[in-house]
Design a protein around this ligand. Sequence first.
Ligand SMILES: Cc1ncc(COP(=O)(O)O)c(C=O)c1O
Length: 391
Amino acid sequence: MKYNFDKEINRENTNCVKYDLRDKVFKTEKDIIPMWVADMDLETPEFIRNAVKERAEHEIYGYSYRPETYYNAIANWLEIRHNWKINPRSIAFSPGVVPGLALSVMAFSQIADKIIVQPPVYFPFFTTIKENGRQISENNLINTNNYYSIDFDDLKKRIDARTSMIIISNPHNPVGRAWKREELQELGEICVKNNIIIISDEIHSDLVFAPHKHIPMASISEEISDRTITFMAPSKTFNMAGLSSSFAVITNRKLKKIYNSHLESLHLNLGNIFGNVATEAAYTKGADWVDEMKNYIKANIDFAKDFIDKNIPQISFVKPEATYLIWLNFKKLNLSDKELNDFLINKASIGLNTGSVFGKNASGYMRMNLACTRKTLKTALSQLKQAFSYQ
Ligand SMILES: Cc1ncc(COP(=O)(O)O)c(C=O)c1O
């Protein structure tokens, strides 16, 4: 191992959302272990910090554009890591994935249109739709013993004349599925047939564990690519979410032009110089680091699975195929969300995300972020076990 992921880093007093907002979010003075917000406690790799430092050393931080090397770095990464060959010209900037989703809603649907999402799902999907005056259409995932799949019958039934778009999470946060080619193909073909625009949020694409693979939605076929806007970012993978830098891949030139005109109308296209250099460094220097980081996270997931199965039979989960998030089923406890949260905060001293925030079908579930050191994970799980022993 070239990198040390066991290194403990104190994030307190850095205006860090995950740590420094604990008291407000969990309404407690207790020193709870924060395992909620999806960023990592593992250090942002040195080659990214060096790229940022080098740029920071220059005396002026004026307006800058993204050079050809930035676009080529992304295109090379996608080809090597995901077997997806794209023209660098099909890349458009986005200040973040969620802003990109919101821009797409504005650009490619009309007020009052129906937009499909697949709950339980990353909750800003709901707000980007609702707050832009569109209607949410919920194609709930099918839950079979904590393993989730797409309900294609429901999907077909719910499409009507007002349905113009679907937003998918590929891989899926929070249920951890890395959708298979056949699943994406079936979904894509339904969208082609019904003239639905596909927004594919692929922010977790670099966090898929073998033997599973990330399949970019737009790589399935030209017809599907023609109606797909793909959002990706180095933010989750390289722990640099604070740099506000992501991108869209839009192979359909007409759609790309429309997307860019919305981006430019808000003057969001420049981005920030540190995000630009960090992105380029990540995608040119990051392959080994990502492989090692994924091994570490996978070992955390395996550890959590063993520990919970052996020690806490009241809860269960299926190992995620992707993401550093686990989706824990607490339904056996028969607690309301509030009671469950109180139990986790006050008895176990851990802070997780409440399931019902991800969808009405997810009450009794909790999302736990395992992108922490093994030591922190062991402490958190021991606290959880202890809490159950007092129950
Ligand atoms: C599926 C998904 N999309 C988007 C984001 C956030 O993207 P950004 O911070 O770039 O807006 C997250 C963060 O957890 C996520 O899980």
